[in-house]
Design a binder for this molecule. Structure first.
Ligand SMILES: *[C@@H]1O[C@H](CO)[C@@H](O)[C@H](O)[C@H]1NC(C)=O
Length: 409
């Protein structure tokens, strides 16, 4: 039997008792009407399962260079910048999606979530911020980090570049396989028991494919993980500037560390047979009352579902100032904590439940309906089962207003 690459990766990490010192995107899936994964997986650009590490990592600023971002730094690994027929091996195609679909991008936490607390206390509590930038201009040759990062905004033209989502790298559930030596932090064991029920689970960045991308085009997503070291313990999210300073000018970053990956999505007609039974939300045959509705089923096993909070909140780290929403940081009790004890106590660990109930205290087993009428950013809705919540918010830097409704089943 052939192990899936992610299993093999987890196994290798477990056997060696170590983890790679970085992350990159691994796989993509389409998200269905229950918040479940549907259809075959897709892959990142120039996916190479046998040598993913050396072949996939793009660290900025580079090791051994200056501890600062300079304008010449390229946005993506140069061997992955170009786009042609060699970009996708037939065995590892890009994901086919329709405009308005939700999709997941997977990556391994490699200890950066479950072992960061004790080993790397100077890292931010959200374990870094993930930015998803989209463009239908697929050749990224010569594009610099500064051309894209903190420059493409939520209201950007999709052909020129748009910020599609911001994510906390810690998605609230991912964890490595337990090493033979056990774990010090307690996060892995708690998640395995209470959320995932499996030995190891990949992290995911979920997002909505823009409605205005044209069938026949290819959406290129640049996945940016900003993971600097802070000069103090307990900082919620990295500051938003290339200078590592807060909005008020306070220096926060002691060492910059940022990784990027490139993932493409083939945009098909919303009614295309290739999508199987579940068509895109704008397909005319989809009944009006079913359009754009994700009836999120919280009873699905974690391995089979997306993350509700990510479907409801396109910008989990606020735009345009990139400050935190503490309620969307799974380990939020660690924010501002200067000297947490490990393993973490149950009050801190149990707070992670709230992330899965959108701020409520209930055990995450209810079925909620998330109606997304457009790409949205929202404030945290009240939790609880069967709550009728309408949330409206305006993306500060954008020209559109959006609505997300959670309604009674
Ligand atoms: C759930 O995920 C597992 C692991 O990927 C897979 O083997 C299984 O078929 C999935 N089940 C459903 C109902 O999708």
């Amino acid at each position: 039997m052939e192990l899936s690459s992610s299993k093999a990766m987890l196994l290798v990490a477990a056997l060696l008792g170590i983890a790679a010192a970085h992350s990159w995107t691994e796989e993509t899936r389409r998200i269905g009407p229950k918040g479940d994964f549907i259809g075959p997986p897709g892959y990142p650009r120039k996916y190479a399962p046998e040598s993913r590490d050396s072949y996939s990592v793009w660290l900025l600023p580079p090791n051994g260079g200056l501890n600062e971002f300079t304008p010449d730094l390229l946005a993506v690994l140069p061997t992955k910048a170009g786009f042609d027929e060699s970009s996708y091996h037939p065995q590892y195609p890009m994901l086919k999606v329709a405009p308005g679909d939700f999709a997941a991008i997977f990556y391994n936490e490699n200890g950066h979530v479950s072992r960061a607390g004790r080993d790397n206390p100077e890292k931010p509590i959200n374990r870094g911020t993930v930015y998803l930038y989209g463009t239908t201009k697929n050749d990224l040759t010569g594009l610099t980090l500064m051309d894209v990062h903190l420059k493409w905004t939520a209201d950007g033209d999709i052909n020129k570049g748009r910020l599609l989502a911001t994510r906390n790298y810690d998605d609230g559930q991912c964890h490595e396989v337990l090493p033979d030596t056990g774990e010090a932090d307690g996060i892995l064991t708690w998640r395995k028991e209470h959320i995932t029920k499996v030995e190891g689970l990949r992290c995911q960045s979920d997002f909505q494919i823009p409605k205005d991308v044209k069938p026949g085009s290819i959406l290129t997503v640049i996945w940016v993980w900003d993971w600097p070291s802070m000069n103090t313990v307990g900082v919620a999210v990295p500051p938003h500037t290339f200078k590592g300073k807060t909005l008020s000018g306070e220096k926060r970053v002691s060492k910059f560390e940022l990784y990027t990956s490139v993932v493409d999505f083939q945009i098909v007609d919303p009614c295309d047979p290739v999508l199987g039974d579940i068509k895109g939300p704008t397909c005319a045959s989809v009944p009006l009352n079913k359009k754009n509705i994700v009836r999120f089923d919280r009873t699905l096993p974690a391995v089979n579902r997306s993350i509700e909070a990510q479907l409801v909140h396109p910008f989990m780290v606020h735009v345009p100032d990139f400050t935190e929403d503490p309620n969307l940081i799974p380990l939020k009790p660690l924010i501002g904590a200067k000297n947490p004890r490990f393993p973490l106590d149950s009050k801190i660990l149990d707070a992670q439940y709230e992330y899965f109930t959108l701020g409520g205290k209930a055990i995450p087993t209810a079925t909620a309906i998330v109606t997304a009428t457009a790409v949205a950013t929202v404030t945290a809705p009240a939790g609880g089962k069967n709550a009728v919540v309408t949330v409206t918010n305006v993306v500060p830097s954008a020209t559109y207003t959006t609505f997300v409704t959670r309604i009674r089943d």
